[in-house]
Design a protein around this ligand. Sequence first.
Ligand SMILES: Cc1cc2nc3c(=O)[nH]c(=O)nc-3n(C[C@H](O)[C@H](O)[C@H](O)COP(=O)(O)OP(=O)(O)OC[C@H]3O[C@@H](n4cnc5c(N)ncnc54)[C@H](O)[C@@H]3O)c2cc1C
Length: 197
Amino acid sequence: MIGARFIGLEFAAGARKRGIAVTVFESGDRVLARAVSVETSRYLAAAHRVMGTELQLGEGPVALEGHEGAVRAVVDTGGGRHPADLVLVGIGVRPRDDLARGCGLAVEDGIIVDEQLRTSDPAIFAVGDCARFPSEFGGPLHRLESVQNATEQARHVARTTLGAESAPYMRSCPGSGASRARSPSRSRASPGRATTP
Ligand SMILES: Cc1cc2nc3c(=O)[nH]c(=O)nc-3n(C[C@H](O)[C@H](O)[C@H](O)COP(=O)(O)OP(=O)(O)OC[C@H]3O[C@@H](n4cnc5c(N)ncnc54)[C@H](O)[C@@H]3O)c2cc1C
């Protein structure tokens, strides 16, 4: 398994339950780094190791070896060769933001929106995986790849455009609960605020 995020870890857990040997390669130094705290990463990594999953953290594979159209091994950055008969890649997505960019909207690894999910053109909103929005804890804008976030943002925009919502959309991480209302007087994030992945 290449990638230790939701898809990678879900697959690893399911495969281990069926007794299949699994090695997870993650180029970052911890599992689910974009979604959970360091402590939660440690807890989850330990739980997966107890299940028998081999976790190779800080180690992205550099090559896949194959024969007659079938993969046979993964080669890691240290030159180690790991025999494999199936390799799955779950390393996230890049948002298709070229249409928004072409329309002149502020874009940086996603369409930049403010606390009301408005783009740099106040008549246009963006929601879902492609929207980069402010965290309730401040800091950099972020994107979430989750069904719940996409549907909650869509509802929020529907309410806003119908005049039934004036509070900011706030959601810090998957599973943190419904979007929360804050004082409307709180200043809006500038759509041009600096972002990090
Ligand atoms: C394998 C996999 C498993 C996942 N499992 C989970 C899970 O268990 N739980 C969870 O919460 N999330 C999961 N996700 C993430 C979840 O699918 C996304 O977060 C969610 O679908 C985002 O919704 P969206 O509407 O923003 O984008 P999408 O669902 O990607 O919808 C965007 C749509 O817009 C279309 N489109 C793009 N450009 C244009 C254009 N120019 N014109 C017209 N149409 C266009 C695309 O073709 C697509 O149909 C999973 C994702 C994957 C890939």
